[in-house]
Design a binder for this molecule. Structure first.
Ligand code: URA
Ligand code: SF4
Length: 228
């Protein structure tokens, strides 16, 4: 995919062979310079969890804390997510957690230190997608959970709308989906996708309890689907 400056965003030089497992993918992703986001971020934040997880949770991109610690969802949004999973009856230890984009994108106001989250562009999401597809291939979860609009668009395409599409089992894009690896994930047993809000939306909401309740109720559907 072409960048505005005419250069191309391409992760293929960094991808390991098709038989790489999670440790090999993680090592390879640590070296990724497939789009410009690696430059300002501290490190690649790869997914975490069991290769046999039945649920894969997909967020947007690492935040400030995740960038510092090198682990997904360890900051404030991660705290909300962990509580919501527990309240929905899903063992957080039994889920694989990752992001649509693996480097932190941020801006800094002049004279300030705080790094403010900035949403990744479609071009960056598209560039980073092969890492997510590779995680899907290896983990082959039964249910994929899209946390918020970025994850939903990365997985289902630009027509995804979180308010319209949340809280219901959506068909997984199968062999007719947008790439062959998606088809492989489908054959490996992905039953479908459940979308919900991003946990950070709870932290921004005026009515936190209501928004949190919506997150939990969407995750309860996931718990029912995996029979936990
Ligand atoms: N928000 C995300 O989408 N992912 C993280 O890992 C942390 C915050
Ligand atoms: Fe590579 Fe994704 Fe990081 Fe861009 S955001 S450098 S594609 S790992």
């Amino acid at each position: 995919m072409s960048g505005a400056d005419g250069t191309s965003y391409d992760v293929t030089p960094y991808l390991p062979g098709p038989r790489a497992g999670l440790p090999g993918l993680r090592r390879a992703a640590a070296e990724c310079q497939g789009c410009p986001l690696y430059r300002d971020a501290t490190r690649t934040v790869f997914g975490e969890g069991d290769a046999g997880a039945r649920v894969m949770l997909v967020g947007e991109q690492p935040g400030d804390q995740e960038d510092r610690q090198g682990r997904p969802f360890v900051g404030p949004a991660g705290g909300v997510l962990e509580r919501a999973l527990a309240d929905a009856g899903i063992d957080p230890g039994g889920a694989y957690v990752t992001n649509a984009v693996k480097h932190f994108k941020f801006t800094v106001q002049p004279g300030r230190k705080r790094r403010i989250h900035k949403a990744p562009s479609l071009r960056e999401m598209t560039a980073c997608r092969p890492w997510l597809v590779a995680e899907l291939r290896v983990v082959a979860p039964e249910i994929v959970v899209a946390l918020g609009a970025t994850a939903g668009k990365a997985l289902l395409g630009p027509d995804f709308r979180v308010t319209r599409d949340r809280g219901t089992l959506l068909p997984w894009p199968g062999p007719d989906g947008d790439d062959a690896s998606g088809a492989k994930a489908s054959e490996a047993g992905v039953r479908g996708l459940v979308a919900t809000i991003h946990p950070s939306a709870v932290l921004r909401a005026d009515d936190r309890e209501a928004v949190y309740g919506g997150l939990v109720s969407d995750l309860e559907l996931v718990a029912r689907l995996i029979g936990s």
